[in-house]
Design a protein around this ligand. Sequence first.
Ligand code: THU
Length: 135
Amino acid sequence: MSSLSKELHQHAVEARKKSYSPYSKFQVGAAVKFQGEDKIYSGCNIENSSYGGCICAERVAILKGLSELGEKKIEQILVVTGSPKGDNPCGLCLQTINEFSTTNTEILIANLNSVQSSGKVSEFLPNSFDSSNLP
Ligand code: THU
């Protein structure tokens, strides 16, 4: 793993320990590096007894960063789960990632030990709806 992906992995694994997931028991951690910023932002999934109030780790991490920094593009985002091959971000998270991405933004999928796969946002969310669709 590159030194950036190692750092993202460490932050995401640490954030995952804070996961509040009493309903699914599925713990997720995420870490984001924004363009031009040194600080890594991380998050975990936080569930709610009203299930629609659950929020994913990726969006917690992204929104923490954006609410502090203002609009920024994502350089890399890493998501970690306990599954052997890791797990892809959900559609809602991909839509949020896409909104704050460039063509170079990378998504890294990790298990608890290391990154298992990676790709550009367009590989995860081809034919996306974005600002270019609006009149
Ligand atoms: N979850 C995430 O945190 N990220 C995703 O991309 C997919 C799902 C969370 C939401 C919920 O707390 C649990 O995983 C099960 O869906």
